[in-house]
Design a protein around this ligand. Structure first.
Ligand code: SAM
Length: 232
């Protein structure tokens, strides 16, 4: 049987999974990530959860089709509820809004401990996710951009513990992207600058000052200049 092939977005998230991880994929839906990890054989424990029956059934079906159901623990649950006893050291949450991701993590404060690796792919509200990581002192140690069906996605890896104080710009585009010269960064910055510029103009029209937005835009422009040096 051929190995399960992941989309570029999920493949980028799976690539952040540490060898030997005890992992939970929260909001697994189709179950492609846990099945892929089971086939790779790099994890010591794999849980797949979803809050809805339909998606969880779909994940179980995927696992059965791939003869991987014995290697995955399936849970019908909200976020990480009921997972405390599985000694997890890695949590992957992809394809959800940033607010939902933060709320799932807030409801499971044990995910802030220093041996925990968080792999997060927020669809929206990326700065809120960065601020939460800063609050729990879990630094972003890596980040990558993936192009999938014409759209760019940011995947963040946060691990260990320690001060994490991103600038307003880094809350949108983690420093790791610049440090590793992510080839999609210039395009990502352009789209962020366009979007935030539009938001700022709308606010200015309503006479609303938004210092954070202005600071983010200035920082993103500076990042763009830095990226332009190696992106020629
Ligand atoms: C858009 S899908 C993303 C699926 C997959 N993670 C991906 O990235 O392709 C979101 C999934 O999260 C599930 N979900 C939403 N809120 C959840 C929560 N609080 N706990 C667990 N699963 C949740 C939904 O039922 C749905 O299956």
């Amino acid at each position: 049987m051929r190995e399960t092939k992941l989309s570029p977005r999920l493949s980028a998230a799976a690539a952040f999974v540490p060898e030997g991880a005890r992992i939970a994929d929260i909001g697994t839906d189709h179950g492609y990530v846990p099945v892929y990890l089971a086939e790779k054989g790099i994890c010591r424990f794999i849980a797949a959860s979803d809050i809805n029956k339909g998606p969880l059934s779909s994940a179980i079906r995927t696992a059965k089709e791939r003869n991987a159901e014995d290697k995955i623990t399936f849970l019908l649950t909200d976020g990480l509820t009921g997972m405390e006893d599985h000694n997890l050291d890695t949590v992957l949450i992809a394809g959800m809004g940033g607010e939902t991701i933060v709320s799932i993590l807030e409801n499971a404060p044990w995910t802030a401990k220093d041996n925990m690796t968080l792999i997060l792919q927020p669809q929206t509200k990326i700065p809120e996710v960065s601020e939460y990581l800063s609050k729990i002192k879990k630094p972003v140690t890596d980040a990558v951009l993936a192009r999938d069906a014409g759209r760019l996605y940011l995947i963040i890896k946060a691990a260990g513990s320690g001060a994490y104080e991103p600038t307003e710009a880094e809350k949108y585009a983690p420093r790791a992207l610049l440090d590793k010269k992510d080839s999609l960064l210039p395009e990502y910055l352009d789209s962020l600058i366009f979007r935030l510029g539009r938001a700022k103009a709308a606010m200015a029209g309503a006479n609303i000052e938004n210092e954070k937005l202005t600071e983010a835009l200035t920082g993103l422009e500076a990042m763009k200049e830095e990226a332009a040096i190696w992106h020629r």
